[in-house]
Each structure stands twice: as structure tokens, then as C-alpha cells.
Ligand binder design. Structure first.
Ligand code: PEP
Ligand code: MG
Length: 766
């Protein structure tokens, strides 16, 4: 059996087309009907059906169909677990049968005329692992559906899930939830006075930038969010033009985002497009215009109405959409007032965004929209937000002074993300300093181009410098600084910034691309490290009063085997033909956990073998970042293929110091004797077991600690790419023999203060 004439690639690439099919006015059923015919056509399947899950009755209802008796639509109901479709939903996995009647759950539906169809493939439609429905295809040919078809249908199911959920949410809004009165934001006034003033905060990424302030997340206000004020004499035709321009811009942004950061993009502007297409939204604006309102005012009224509804909704996923509504309003007003400026260009070019809090996906959107810098007011001191801003090269400063929220719009700001400063109305002197700093940043850029392929100590020992990777877009920098491979790919970032789980196929494509670009150099894929400060907006793990000690990393994956297995399958497939691919588990707390994870990898491999899908078993390693792992290090080193020290978490958990709390920074002491001894213990255990060991936390770029790290025997580090040039230069100054003696001395010291003093002496000597 072959895929001859099937067009799954076109089907998968056509996600935009499917979403584009959604026309709110025509309703969800019309959309589903178009979807079944598109799927049936591309897959060359005789039948395609979509069932939606009804939470009240806990039944699947056939909502759209092509190829069966049309009278069944809306009438055919299946209990959860009933028939192959019901079983697909119950077990939350695809079921593919060469001959449907061989499946013990096959249920004959009288009047369906499905006797003619032999092959059956059903895939669950899930949102945040919650049931949404089932999509099924059938065909008269025996054994007609291939593993390729299963994957294609899974991609489609995940896209359908997003559209269906958004449609449901909007419909629920139509029911007009009661709107609580809006409490106007209290005005604290701006007391910065004339001249230049500076607000100090925490620099969360690098870079320096100047721009005009733009506040978001406060709802649009008539007087401020204007591009040249409220124009007069606008008509309904102007509104229609603005609507069409906005849609074009959004689709273009989506496309550009996919090109730039395709591992994370998903349908990031999907909610915007749906709102635009919602006739209740545009229709209400139109009717206000017909009643005599200026289109400007009509848009503002409707945007505020929706923003209020979303903001006060008990549904958390609706509350998260406030920024989307506001952004949409901003775009509509811009396109209404400045049609001459119509461009596909970004909306926030040259602007510094001030927000109370942002989701990772907001940062992605703002980056796509050209934001020059970000200022977050508290509540956002999560390192994943910082890591993401870094990955996207957007300067970010986190401040606690709430008065910044009340700055007049378009105030000139200078953002110094390295020092954590926001300079308001910078004067000549501040601008001059900025220029000097930007010049020195350019020097370090030049240094990146001068980096050597091999890193050696003064006495000629080779040290491996690999790169840490969060988003695929960072590969350019990693290659530019000649990283010897990727020592840590934090695979959770593509999950964190998206609005839905990526499918196995989507993950596979991303992993394959990373391996292709690294051209044979090692790539260590760390499996999901969700939890702690890295939350998925679309998958709640429940309230945890102490998330860093909760369902995090490998614990999360083992607790959610369906999610974990999809990732493992994608990794095993990507490793095929790529012997340099490795898998690493984060936060392993016991030998038992590592063994359990390894069994799951083997199960996935057997599944792939059975399905005839090419794969390869890579080396399996683990991160050492918990005190319990240090205590068990001999057994762990004997069992794993390689080890990597996660110093960020190791220090956090060993010293009980929150790594994300800036107020605790002075307690976060990498030179604490307990940390030094733990590191030495780990490296010696790896040497004894004959296993490779590397260090992938920020400690690797702590220049003053490098003599110690080399002295205890570490020969491999994985770093943020931009740190590689300066670390390479420092390593070139270190003599290994001397470093060994210095490390030995440091291990004998019992006080933090003593170690600190010793570090000062050895680093002053160079
Ligand atoms: C670490 O903990 O040191 C590490 C590299 O992992 P992450 O920063 O992603 O927790
Ligand atoms: Mg860690």
C-alpha cells in the first residue's frame, strides 16, 4: 500500500487554509463541514467525520460528515468509549484499523451505510489534554491508512482543537456574561519631574535601546492610543478598509513569524483573526457607525466591551486574551487613521512596551511586531520570560515602580537591560553614555567573529565549548561563535510560547532541523522541563504553593506519559541517521526515575518499529541538579550514558535559594563550599564510571570560577552562545596544573568568605 496520490504534506502545510475557512457568521458547523471535505479530498478518503464532545452528556455527537448517510449528522451520538471513535477519545490515542470489523470495539451503526468501508482511522481532538472531539476517516480499500496518515490527521486535529475552542469561547461570550462594573485604574500621577529620571530594576536580558513608551494591558483609551488623534469625517467604507488591511497584516505577521521562529510559532495570531471574522464584533461596530458614531469611537467602544468581558471572565483562557483584543483594537485604529501608512510592517517598531505582566506568547507576538524593548512591572520575574527575551534579543528590564504604568504615552525612554535601568526622557549625557556602550557591544560582536574553532588552555589541553539553545532561531549565533555542538537544547521553550501542544510531527520537524543545521556536531535534547517557573498557559497542573518543589521536569513527563511519549517518539525519529543526537532527562531525583524514563524510551522505540517508522536509540543521559542525585551519583553515573551538571538548579536546591528571586542573589553563591564539594564529587564519580560529564548551567560562564571548574576535571561546558568568545579567551589564560592546585585548596576551605578571598587572589593574578 502506498501514499500514491494522497496529499498529506499539502494538507499539513495548509493549516492556514483550514483556519481561514472559519467564518464565524456561517457558524461552527459550516466550518466543520468544509473541514471534513478538505481532509477527505487531500487524504483521498471516501469518508471523513468530525464528532464533538458534549461535556454535559459526556457523549460524542457527529457534527460533520462526508461519505456517510447525511441524516446522521447531529443525531448520531456515541458514549465515551463506545465504538472505535468513542474508544479513541477515551484512550486519547489514534486508532488505525486495516479492517474496522476486526476491532473489538467496532460498532455497527444502523442506517450509516458504512458496511462498504473497511479501513478506519480515528484521532482524538484534544485541547490541553481535555476532550474536544474525534476526527475519523474511512475507506473501502483494506489497510488504506499509513503511519503518515496518522501523523497528518494528528496535525489537523490539533489545529481544529484551537479553532473549535476559540469558537466556543466566542459563542459563550455571545450569551453575554454579566459584566461587573469596571474599576478605573487608580492614577498615581507621574512624579518624575522635569528632566531625566531613572528607574532601577532588574536587567533580564542584554542590550540597550531607545524608544517611545507604549503601555499595553490597560485597555485602549481614546485620548492616548492615537496615531495623530481621532480623525473626523470617517465612514463605514473606511472601517471596512481598515478591517481588510488589518487581516492582511495579521496573516503576513503570522507567516513571517513562522519563517523566523517556526519551532514556536503555532497560530499565535489565531485569536486576532477569529475576532476579526466574528460578525458580532465587526457587525456591532458597523451598526454603531450607521447610528452616527465616528468609526474611531465605535471601534473603541467595541474593543473596550470585549476587553472588559475577557478581563472579568471566570475562564482563565479568556482572561489571557485581553492583550489580543487590545492589540487588535490598536491595529484597527492605526489602519483607520493612517491608511496612507498602510504597510505590512510591524506595529510597535521603535516602541518600548510597558506591561504589568506578559505571557511568553505575548513576547513572541511583540517581537514579531517589532517592539524595541520591554519593561515589566513585577509579577514577571520568571526566568523563562527572561530567557525568551534573550533568545529573541529584546532588551527587557523588570521594575517594581508601578508609576511607570502611568507615564504619558510616547515618553522617550532609554532602556539599559544589562544594568537594569529605565531612563526617562534621557538627556544628552545619557544618550552619549548609551552610544559608548553600544560601541563596546559592537566590540564584543566583533569578538564573536574572531572566535577560534578549538578552545585550549594555556598548556594546550582542549576544552569543548557547546551552546545552550532555547529557540531554533538562536542557532545562527551558535554557529557564528563556532559552538562545538548543542550541549543543552531546552525543548520546553517551543511548548511554552505556543498556544497548544506541538504534535509529534511538529516536534520531529523541529528536532530534525536542529540536527541538520548542526551538521554532525552533537546535539543534546533535554526532554521537557515544564513546571517551576516554566508554565504552559494551556495545561494547568493545578495550584501549587511551591511550584519549584512540585510537578516539574521529569516528574511532569512521567506523570503525563501521553505527552512524554509524543516527544520521545519525535526524538527517536529525528535521531534516525543522526548518531550525534542524544537525549537527556532533567531533574532526575532517583535511579528509579531514570530507569522508568528509559523504559518509556524503549516502549516508544518498539512502537515505532512495529509501525515501521525509521528511528534510532540515542545515548541517554541525565542532568545532575538535585542534592538527591549528588548523593546517588555513583549509581547514576554507572547507569546513564552521560551526565550534565545543571548548576542553576543544583545551587538553588542545594542552598535552598530561589534562583528567580533577585532579593536572594547574595545567597545564591556558586562558591559556597557545599557547591564546590558537590561539583567535585560529581566529576570524580563520572571519571570513575568512565562517563562523559559536562556543565550546562550559568556557572560555566562565571569567569572567576573557571580555574576551579577546570581544576576539578571538567572539560566540557555548554553556555549561552554569546558567552563563548569571552569564556574561550579566559580558558586560554589558564594553566591546568596551577588550576588543579587552586581547586584542591578551594576544596579544603570551610567558609564562603575564605573561598571568596581566595578567588579574589587567584583571579587578580590572572
Ligand atoms: C540548570 O538548572 O543549570 C540548567 C541548565 O537548566 P535550566 O536553567 O533550564 O533549569
Ligand atoms: Mg535546571
Amino acid at each position: 500500500m502506498s501514499d500514491f496520490q494522497k496529499d498529506n504534506v499539502a494538507l499539513m502545510c495548509d493549516i492556514g487554509e483550514l483556519v481561514g475557512l472559519f467564518d464565524f457568521e456561517a457558524g461552527l458547523d459550516a466550518f466543520l463541514t468544509k473541514a471534513v471535505s478538505t481532509v477527505a479530498w487531500h487524504m483521498r478518503a471516501a469518508v471523513c467525520s468530525i464528532y464533538l464532545y458534549e461535556a454535559e452528556t459526556q457523549e460524542l455527537v457527529l457534527r460533520a460528515n462526508q461519505g456517510l448517510n447525511p441524516a446522521l449528522v447531529g443525531r448520531l451520538r456515541l458514549k465515551n468509549g463506545e465504538g472505535i471513535a468513542g474508544m479513541t477519545l477515551k484512550e486519547m490515542r489514534p486508532i488505525c484499523e486495516a479492517k474496522a470489523t476486526d476491532n473489538p470495539y467496532f460498532k455497527h451503526i444502523p442506517g450509516s451505510q458504512e458496511e462498504r468501508f473497511v479501513s478506519f482511522l480515528a484521532v482524538p481532538i484534544l485541547r490541553k489534554m481535555n476532550p474536544v472531539g474525534v476526527i475519523a476517516v474511512q475507506d473501502p480499500q483494506w489497510n488504506y491508512f499509513t503511519p503518515n496518515d496518522i501523523q497528518a490527521l494528528q496535525v489537523i486535529a490539533s489545529q481544529l482543537a484551537g479553532v473549535i475552542e476559540n469558537a466556543h469561547l466566542l459563542l459563550r461570550l455571545r450569551g453575554n456574561e454579566p459584566v461587573p462594573p469596571v474599576v478605573p485604574p487608580e492614577s498615581f500621577g507621574v512624579e518624575f519631574g522635569p528632566g531625566t529620571h531613572c528607574v532601577r530594576g532588574q536587567g533580564a536580558s542584554d542590550g540597550m535601546v531607545m524608544g517611545l513608551s507604549t503601555r499595553i494591558g490597560q485597555y485602549l483609551s481614546v485620548d492616548e492610543k492615537v496615531v495623530g488623534g481621532c480623525p473626523i469625517g470617517l465612514t463605514e467604507a473606511d472601517f471596512d478598509r481598515a478591517l481588510a488591511t488589518t487581516e492582511r497584516q495579521l496573516l503576513d505577521l503570522q507567516r513571517r513569524l513562522e519563517d523566523k521562529i517556526h519551532d514556536a510559532a503555532s497560530m499565535i495570531f489565531g485569536a486576532h483573526v477569529l475576532m476579526l471574522k466574528d460578525e458580532a464584533f465587526s457587525g456591532e461596530i458597523r451598526s454603531q457607525i450607521r447610528e452616527g458614531k465616528n468609526p474611531w469611537e465605535a471601534i473603541l467602544n467595541e474593543v473596550r466591551h470585549y476587553a472588559d468581558l475577557f478581563a472579568h471572565s471566570p475562564n482563565p483562557s479568556l482572561r489571557e486574551k485581553v492583550l489580543d483584543v487590545e492589540d487588535l483594537g490598536h491595529r484597527l485604529l492605526h489602519n483607520l487613521s493612517a491608511p496612507a501608512l498602510e504597510s505590512t510592517g510591524p506595529d510597535y517598531t521603535g516602541q518600548i512596551i510597558i506591561a504589568k505582566e506578559l505571557l511568553p506568547s505575548d513576547i513572541l507576538k511583540l517581537s514579531a511586531e517589532g517592539a524595541a524593548g520591554l519593561v515589566l512591572l513585577g509579577g514577571g520575574q520568571h526566568s523563562h520570560v527572561a530567557i525568551l527575551a534573550k533568545a529573541l534579543q529584546i532588551p527587557l528590564v523588570i521594575v517594581s515602580d508601578q508609576r511607570l504604568l502611568h507615564l504619558p504615552e510616547k515618553t522617550p525612554l532609554l532602556l539599559d537591560a544589562k544594568e537594569g535601568q529605565v531612563v526617562i526622557r534621557p538627556g544628552h549625557e545619557a544618550i552619549q553614555t548609551m552610544k559608548d556602550i553600544i560601541r563596546s557591544l559592537a566590540d564584543s560582536e566583533r569578538m564573536a567573529d574572531q572566535v577560534k574553532t578549538e578552545t585550549r588552555t594555556r598548556d594546550g589541553t582542549e576544552i569543548q565549548l557547546l551552546a545552550n539553545l532555547n529557540l531554533v532561531s538562536e542557532l545562527d549565533v551558535a554557529l557564528r561563535v563556532k559552538a562545538r555542538g548543542i550541549g543543552l537544547y531546552r525543548t520546553e521553550f517551543p511548548f511554552i510560547v505556543r498556544s497548544t501542544f506541538p504534535t509529534e510531527e511538529e516536534q520531529y520537524q523541529v528536532y530534525k532541523r536542529v540536527l541538520e543545521r548542526m551538521q554532525g556536531s552533537p546535539v543534546v535534547f533535554r526532554t521537557l522541563d515544564i513546571g517551576g517557573d516554566k508554565v504552559l498557559s494551556y495545561f494547568q497542573v493545578g495550584q501549587e504553593s511551591n511550584p519549584f518543589l512540585g510537578l516539574r521536569a521529569l516528574r511532569f513527563s512521567l506523570k503525563n506519559p501521553e505527552i512524554f511519549k509524543q516527544q520521545l517518539r519525535a526524538l527517536l525519529r529525528a535521531a534516525h541517521g543522526n548518531p550525534q543526537a542524544k537525549i537527556m532527562f532533567p531533574m532526575v531525583a532517583s535511579l528509579d526515575e531514570f530507569l522508568e524514563a528509559r523504559i518509556l524510551v524503549r516502549v516508544c522505540q518498539q512502537e515505532l518499529e512495529r509501525e515501521g517508522i525509521p528511528n534510532r536509540m540515542p545515548e541517554l543521559g541525565m542532568m545532575i541538579e538535585l542534592p538527591s542525585a549528588v548523593a546517588m551519583i555513583d549509581e547514576l553515573a554507572a547507569t546513564a550514558d552521560f551526565l550534565s551538571i545543571g548548576s542553576n538548579d543544583l545551587i538553588q536546591y542545594l542552598l535552598a535559594v530561589d534562583r528567580t528571586n533577585d532579593d536572594m542573589a547574595s545567597w545564591f553563591a556558586p562558591h559556597h563550599p557545599a557547591v564546590l564539594r558537590a561539583l567535585n564529587f560529581i566529576v570524580k564519580a563520572a571519571e570513575n564510571a568512565g562517563k562523559a560529564v559536562s556543565l550546562c548551567g550559568n556557572l560555566g560562564s562565571d569567569l572567576r570560577m573557571l580555574p576551579f571548574l577546570l581544576g576539578i576535571g571538567l572539560r566540557s561546558f555548554s553556555l549561552d552562545s554569546m558567552e563563548i568568545p569571552v569564556v574561550q579567551r579566559r580558558i586560554g589564560q589558564i594553566d591546568l596544573e596551577l588550576a588543579r592546585t587552586q581547586a584542591k585548596k578551594m576544596l579544603s576551605l570551610g567558609r564562603i568568605e575564605e573561598v571568596d578571598g581566595f578567588l579574589k587572589i587567584i583571579n587578580a593574578a590572572g
